[in-house]
Design a protein around this ligand. Sequence first.
Ligand SMILES: Nc1nc2c(ncn2[C@@H]2O[C@H](COP(=O)(O)OP(=O)(O)OP(=O)(O)O)[C@@H](O)[C@H]2O)c(=O)[nH]1
Ligand SMILES: [Mg+2]
Length: 235
Amino acid sequence: MCNEEIQEKREDTVKVEIDKPVTDVNDAIASNNSGYLMENKTFSINLMGSPGSGKTTVIENLASVFGPDNVAVIQGDLESDVDKKRLEKLGIDCYQINTHSGCHLNAQMVNRALMELKLKNKEYLIIENVGNLVCPAGVRIGQHMNIVVSSTTEGSDKPRKYPVIFHDADIVLIHKMDLAEAVEFSEYNYVEDITKINPKARIFRTSKKEQGSFKEVAHHIEHQRHHLFGHLHSH
Ligand SMILES: Nc1nc2c(ncn2[C@@H]2O[C@H](COP(=O)(O)OP(=O)(O)OP(=O)(O)O)[C@@H](O)[C@H]2O)c(=O)[nH]1
Ligand SMILES: [Mg+2]
């Protein structure tokens, strides 16, 4: 780039005065998202966990209990639409966000997705956050519930090492239970640590090899939706 071009670019630059911390701006948009979802009676879930912990598998299984037509998904990944394609094969409406280098979703990204998604008659919006046990923690995006998917293969020391993600979890799934024995997962230590960090978290054990294990989770979510909106859909 020659000097003239650089000068032209500088003159094009607009200075934005930010008089509020970035988190305040994010939280204001998150409240808007949440209000919009409330109006639609769409219960929104922020699904977090490590890369490969089983987040998309959990969505597939929950959607099969709720009914694929009843669920919309916002899919957050650094790159690709692999998970979106997986969910669309099951008839689930899905909007892909690629954050490129961003390690979590924010309220503005979700706001844009909400404008594109057709939420009418959807009882549930599941937002698969970027796979990460640190960055998405505490970032409001307009969710009514936080779920952490933590799999046995990650090791039972994860709550102790990454407490921040478990701190605000309403539900923790101990996922890939079928592999627990093979990886010598210590359920006792794991549950004890979670209980210390966040005694209010509901803990469920799930496995893709046992589809019935998702029913109890789905029913708990359904009850939370009922509490918020006063309407129970029975399955
Ligand atoms: N044995 C076993 N494998 C599982 C289970 N759940 C998921 N997997 C496998 O774990 C891998 C990752 O699952 P995904 O559902 O793609 O995980 P994810 O968290 O969405 O992954 P990213 O979106 O890449 O972060 C896949 O190969 C799944 O088949 C389970 O309960 N048991
Ligand atoms: Mg996924």
